[in-house]
Design a protein around this ligand. Structure first.
Ligand code: SF4
Length: 182
């Protein structure tokens, strides 16, 4: 079954892609993450993901990067903590773009790798995905907990095996901090 997989980065994507392939899904990857700052960090994460897609011979859609517009969309919530309102908006933006892209490509199902990080609120992500799917006829959001049934361990294994670049913060400038977060 075809599925459009919104991918936030290579470390969060590998075990999800593997699960989808094992379970007879045909994923097309979709990179849309205008939240990532600075541009250099965005390019590193994107290129790492595209390199991995090439290795697996998977198609990937590389969508536009407009961080200035993203900042306008989250305006007023800059000081929110992670897992707060700013993140809920950030997920809505990315899930809406993914549903729109899936509709354009006539792919009836979409999913996201965002929830594979234990630092993110899975309910916020599923709410955003489900709401975005409801905007289109015959569209469904594959809501799955990508941290259970050994997937979290597999994520760590694949990260090591592939020597992925592993970022130290979620993505936006408001999430930059000293300790490791993703
Ligand atoms: S912390 Fe992460 S999820 Fe939250 S707004 Fe920033 S980039 Fe988006």
């Amino acid at each position: 079954m075809p599925v459009l997989l919104h991918t936030c980065c290579a470390p969060c994507s590998a075990s999800v892609i593997e699960w989808l392939l094992i379970n007879n899904y045909q994923p097309t990857l979709y990179f849309f993450n205008p939240n990532i700052f600075p541009k250099n960090e965005y390019e590193i994460r994107k290129n790492e993901l595209l390199r991995y897609a090439q290795t697996l011979k998977l198609s990937a859609v590389d969508d536009d990067y407009n961080h200035t517009h993203w900042l306008v969309q989250i305006a007023g919530y800059e000081r929110e903590p992670e897992r707060g309102q700013r993140c809920a908006i950030c997920f809505k933006i990315r899930m809406m773009a993914t549903a729109t892209q899936a509709h354009k490509l006539a792919i009836p199902t979409f999913a996201t790798t965002l929830a594979s990080s234990r630092w993110k609120n899975i309910e916020q992500i599923n709410t955003a995905g489900t709401a975005a799917a409801e905007r289109f006829e015959n569209m469904s959001f594959l809501a799955k907990n990508w941290r259970t049934n050994g997937l979290a361990d597999r994520r760590a294994q694949l990260l090591k095996e592939n020597k992925f670049y592993n970022q130290q913060y979620c993505g936006c400038e408001f999430s930059v901090r000293k300790e490791k977060t993703v």
